[in-house]
Design a protein around this ligand. Structure first.
Ligand code: FES
Length: 177
């Protein structure tokens, strides 16, 4: 089974002098501190016993299979999102208050939403690695199913791994209804 445990230890082929910490999976606030304690302890020769787990990685064949399965799931979201957008022509009227939808405009997937009377038309392509965002009714946000980036209704980046906002569509952007 893939351990889902972050890694904090010596970089393989790093000559025993380079330490790395990675795989926090959005838990950097706590795992980053744990990794810092583990690495500082290793350098000082007082590595905490619990830190051993962070420095071991035993990848097996079934690990590889599980990881491949997870990657296939991500790939499925990617293809499915683009396919759904491809076949959804935009209705003439804007989305109802609080609603969002992904439609096609020419060849471009467009994220349309109406929140507090403002209708926004944005590129539905996530600025991280090209996933198609989907509307989150509860939060009134655009969420990317691939790696979890989130954007406000007006495209502002709320949460990475993406580092840039969704881009406005060139034809029209925000329309007060
Ligand atoms: S492609 Fe959207 S978060 Fe990675």
């Amino acid at each position: 089974m893939v351990t889902h445990v972050p890694f904090a230890g010596l970089l393989p082929r790093g000559g025993g002098r380079i330490h790395v910490a990675t795989g926090f999976n959005k838990w950097g606030l706590t795992n980053g501190v744990a990794a810092a304690l583990a690495i500082a302890g290793a350098i000082a020769g007082e590595k905490p016993k619990w830190a051993e787990r962070l420095a071991t990685h035993h990848a097996t064949l079934s690990d590889a299979g599980e990881a491949a399965g997870a990657n296939l799931q991500v790939a499925g979201h990617l293809v499915g999102g683009w396919a759904r957008a491809e076949f959804s022509a935009a209705p003439a009227e804007p989305p109802a208050e609080g609603a969002g939808r992904v439609v096609r405009s020419g060849l471009s997937p467009v994220a349309e939403s109406t929140v507090e009377g403002v209708t926004c038309r944005l590129s539905a392509v996530c600025t991280h690695l090209g996933g198609i965002v989907s509307w989150n009714d509860a939060e009134k946000t655009w969420d990317c199913p691939l790696h979890g980036s989130r954007f406000a209704a007006d495209g502002r980046l709320l949460e990475g791994p993406a580092v840039a906002d969704l881009s406005d569509m060139p034809d029209k952007e925000k329309v007060k209804t």
